[in-house]
Design a protein around this ligand. Structure first.
Ligand SMILES: C[S@@+](CC[C@H](N)C(=O)[O-])C[C@H]1O[C@@H](n2cnc3c(N)ncnc32)[C@H](O)[C@@H]1O
Length: 430
């Protein structure tokens, strides 16, 4: 159901609140699934490959439309590309950056305009798809404990499918469509479930104690269905020149981007120890973006808020930098409070905000005067210490030339009563 923007905005004390929906004044902010990835489920390209960190197209549309159409939008933390895709769908140029090469690939596959010939090529592959009789000798990725993800009976058809997409004589756009469908099949056949923040393995046994598994024909049937959905989404009209995802580090935006931007709409990682690399491992190993655990840990260490693998031991060697001090009253006390309970978590939160300092400094170098920025962030709690991420972001914005900085509480994040999502907004006036 298409919802109207009007439902999410109202005026209080002369100020427009974008997401104060029509609940009675004073009602606690609800979980508002229409502002999360859940709302993208039936939305064509937005549903290409479902990943939980995504926010909803509604949220971006609201922000894009709230102050007149911006001519160039930047999302410095691309994820699945919701911001840039929404902008392109509205005829607005957008660039987006992510440190994860798999997400950059995925986003660019979603942003592309596909010719009828490319769509036909991918469809033709599907009609030729046959599983080979010989079950031996297929490559599968060096993912640790791969048997926890898929049984051997599932791995054989998955490997055959992967190898036939890889080796077929196809144009790059057609191959991207097929690999996207392959990713969906790989995750849907894996015995994992995705909870609010992290992935866990599902028990393998069915009611009768037998191991549940997907046979080869089920895997190919699922592939045909997912490919049809992706082809349908890919056939929707889109100007493929409007959105572009760039591989890079948002602490160095000025070295990656040449344009200047009039609007920023983004959702950076939250300080909540969620590792995007951990969650995305299956896709990244299959598609060759990861070859071993060391690489995975190193990439997580490069990411803001990464704590997985070697990132944890690196944190214990990490030293704060005087040049990247966090300009927020009470910051040092908050970090000391967390460090008293856990040295590694104290360092984790400290480094997270130092990285944000570097990000905002670099951001200021790629903005036009008068640009507006909107950061969707969540607060966190470590032991008894509340980490008021939204207030620290507001301080970082002020410190980097933003005026009229304001915080709006948009939704409750989960069952914990004190965890919320906020939009921190401001106007760049250096
Ligand atoms: C909350 S997700 C963004 C989700 C996105 N709004 C969407 O709808 O899919 C944050 C993203 O920041 C990326 N990231 C983390 N550190 C980064 C860095 N230093 N530079 C660029 N991207 C980074 C992560 O890989 C992740 O994709």
């Amino acid at each position: 159901m298409k919802e109207s923007f009007k439902n999410y905005s109202m005026k209080t004390n002369g100020q427009t609140l974008l997401f104060a929906d029509l609940e009675a004044p004073g009602t606690p902010t609800g979980q508002r699934a229409h502002l999360t990835f859940k709302a993208n489920r039936s939305l064509g390209r937005h549903n290409w490959l479902r990943l939980t960190p995504a926010y909803s197209r509604h949220l971006v549309e609201q922000l894009v439309s709230s102050l007149g159409s911006p001519d160039r939008v930047l999302d410095p933390f691309c994820g699945t590309g919701t911001t840039a895709l929404t902008c392109a769908e509205h005829g607005i140029r957008a660039d987006t950056v992510d440190i994860n090469p798999f997400l950059v690939w995925l986003a660019n596959a979603k942003f592309a305009a596909y010719t009828p010939e490319e769509l036909a090529e991918a469809k033709h592959f599907q009609s030729l798809l046959r599983l080979p009789a010989d079950k031996n000798g297929f490559w599968h990725p060096p993912l640790a404990d791969i048997e926890k993800w898929w049984t051997e009976d599932e791995l054989v058809p998955l490997s055959a499918l992967y190898n036939s997409v890889k080796e077929a004589d196809l144009s790059e756009p057609a191959r991207n469509l097929l690999f996207s469908a392959f990713c969906r099949v790989a995750i849907e056949t894996a015995s994992v479930s995705f909870g609010h923040q992290s992935m866990s393995f599902k028990p393998r046994n069915g009611d009768n104690g037998m191991v549940k598994t997907c046979a080869g024909e089920q895997v190919t049937g699922l592939f045909r269905r997912r490919l049809s959905e992706i082809l349908e989404a890919a056939a929707t009209e889109l100007d493929g020149s409007l959105a572009k995802a760039h591989l890079g580090d948002s602490r160095n935006l000025h070295t990656i981007l040449r344009a200047k931007y009039s609007r920023v709409i983004t959702s950076p990682p939250y300080p909540n120890r969620m590792s995007y690399i951990r969650e995305l491992r299956p896709y990244m190993y299959w598609l060759g973006y990861l070859r071993n655990g060391r690489q995975a840990g190193e990439l997580d260490w490069q990411a803001i808020g990464g704590t997985w693998g070697c990132a944890t031991s690196n944190l214990m060697r990490w030293q704060p930098s005087e040049e990247a001090r966090v300009p927020f009253d009470g910051f040092d006390e908050m970090i000391s409070g967390i460090r008293k309970r856990s040295e590694v978590l104290g360092r984790y939160v400290h480094k997270y905000f130092e990285d944000c300092v570097c990000h905002f400094r670099s951001l200021a170098r790629v903005l036009r005067e008068g640009a507006t920025a909107h950061y969707i962030v969540g607060n966190s709690k470590f032991y008894d210490e509340m980490v008021h991420t939204e207030e620290i972001y507001a301080a970082l914005m002020r410190d980097n030339g933003f005026e009229n900085v304001r915080i709006e509480n948009i939704r409750k994040r989960n069952s914990k009563k004190e965890l919320f999502e906020f939009i921190v907004s401001g106007e760049f006036s250096p």
